[in-house]
Design a protein around this ligand. Structure first.
Ligand SMILES: Nc1ncnc2c1ncn2[C@@H]1O[C@H](COP(=O)(O)OP(=O)(O)OP(=O)(O)O)[C@@H](O)[C@H]1O
Ligand SMILES: [Mg+2]
Length: 456
């Protein structure tokens, strides 16, 4: 796998290198040409100056004077007559210069002066020719020579300077690009690690979410995503445990009743009664499982509430009658006090679970030969249902916490009774989903009363 920082760096570097090379190339060409033009212009200018002087006064004296003037300079002058024979020179002249005079001879020069040799990089001299024109005829010529060695040295120095500056620029670019790509890719790598962590362990995201750019935005999105995921996971776990609780409570009763059915001295009547309870209970369980499957298919980690108009007393009577045998096993009397038939708007399956859970607690946490009552009162706002027992009660300090998931007052004993601490949490959730409230009053050693209030 090629790293993104590598790819980014290489492409940046290529672009910058090309730009730098183009820039340097043109700059170099421009500067070099400018310097050489300067040299040749200078040479032509000097030639013209000498020519002007000689045109005014073409005498051996002046010729000597001109030659003397150049003797101190970097350039050299040779003055010839109209036959190109040398009649004056600032320096000793050599073969190269004579060849150049020969070349100049056959050139199309102008009065302005003309370049005889301009190849500064291969030849020894740059040379110009300026004719001395007196009364319409050329009486002589001024040849100017400039040594090309200093020019070559100058151009070499410029080249060297450019190479050094170019090299430094490239090194700085490489370093800058390295840091730049790190600056961009480091957070990306971190985010990759973070998302990997989310999928592996669930959360533990530590990202720089305060960055003020797209990378910061991405980090924030990932952070939100991980929180959402965590939330979903918790929701699913809670839902699954609620589901298992909803299934387990009725199943415990089913098993209890099946055990009773196995007893040898059971009357035919009782046998039929238990068999029919088991049958109805199993049907209801099937319904519940069907609905749970539906919820799972919809990917909803929550119970839905579908309310119906229900006659409350009949509804409670049926639940109580099914639980009575279980209470009788423990010699606890279970009574329903419901005077008038009141219609309420509830979800029968969910609400059955509420009553089941409360009665299950009442039975579990009461000792033998006590009584449990379910009492319905009509209220101004609607209706209240009390589930009252004469059991062990709940210590006052525990009362605020019993609604929490997994909270149990007496851990070891509750575990012995098969409790998980979910029952009351589910009760509260369902009642509140119905828009109702649930309260508890308890006196230690005397009993507990749970009250559900729902509006009609
Ligand atoms: N009627 C009651 N009398 C005395 N204590 C109770 C009563 N109802 C609940 N409690 C206390 O409140 C705790 C929480 O009850 P909850 O129904 O949520 O859990 P559980 O009964 O222990 O387990 P689960 O209902 O999940 O099987 C219980 O462990 C018990 O200590
Ligand atoms: Mg319980």
């Amino acid at each position: 796998m090629k790293k993104i920082s590598f790819k980014l760096g290489i492409s940046f570097l290529l672009v910058i290198l090309i730009l730098e090379m183009l820039l340097f190339f043109f700059l170099y060409i421009f500067i070099a040409r400018e310097r050489i033009e300067n040299e040749t212009d200078n040479l032509l200018g000097r030639g013209m100056n000498h020519r002007d002087v000689l045109e005014k006064n073409f005498t051996p004296n002046t010729i000597e004077h001109v030659a003397l003037m150049e003797a101190e300079g970097d350039t050299k002058v040779i003055i010839t007559d109209d036959q190109f024979d040398i009649i004056g020179a600032s320096h000793d002249f050599n073969e190269n210069m004579e060849i150049l005079i020969d070349i100049g001879k056959s050139m199309d020069f102008t009065h302005h002066g003309t370049l005889v040799e301009e190849r500064w990089n291969t030849e020894r001299y740059l040379a110009t020719i300026s004719p001395i024109e007196i009364d319409g005829t050329y009486e002589g010529y001024v040849f100017m020579f400039a040594d090309t060695n200093p020019i070559r040295t100058m151009i070499r120095n410029i080249t060297l300077l450019f190479l050094v500056i170019g090299g430094i620029a490239i090194i700085i670019s490489i370093i800058a690009i390295f840091f730049l790509s790190q600056f961009i890719t480091q957070p990306l790598i971190k985010m990759k690690e973070a998302t990997k962590n989310i999928t592996r362990q669930g959360n533990a995201v530590t990202l720089d979410i305060h960055r003020d750019d797209e990378l910061g935005e991405l980090a924030r999105e990932i952070y939100t995503l991980s929180e959402e995921l965590e939330h979903l996971k918790n929701e699913r776990t809670e839902f699954l445990s609620s589901v298992s609780h909803e299934l387990r409570t009725p199943l415990t009763y089913l098993k209890g009743y099946a055990d009773i059915l196995n007893r040898p001295n059971l009357s035919v009547e009782d046998r039929e009664k238990f068999a029919s309870i088991i049958q109805e209970e199993a049907t209801q369980l099937t319904e519940m499982v069907k609905e749970l499957f539906l919820l799972a298919k919809m990917d909803k980690n929550q119970f839905s509430i579908s309310k119906e108009e229900i006659p409350l007393c009949d509804f409670l009577k049926e639940i109580v009658s099914k639980l009575t045998p279980a209470f009788m096993e423990k010699n606890i009397s279970l009574q329903l006090i419901c005077a008038k038939d009141i219609y309420v708007n509830i979800d029968p399956i969910r609400f059955r679970q509420v009553i089941n859970n409360l009665l299950d607690n009442a039975r579990k946490y009461s000792s033998e030969s006590t009584s449990v009552e379910v009492v319905v009162h009509e209220q101004k706002y609607g209706v209240s249902i009390d589930v009252r027992d004469q059991g062990e009660g709940i210590p006052e300090k525990d009362l605020p916490y019993i609604w929490e998931r997994l909270y149990r007052v007496d851990k070891s004993r509750s575990r012995a009774l098969g409790g998980t601490g979910l029952g009351l949490a589910i009760v509260k959730e369902i009642v509140e989903l119905h828009g109702g409230t649930v309260e508890v009053k308890s006196v230690l050693g005397e009993g507990t009363t749970f009250t559900i209030n729902i509006s009609r």
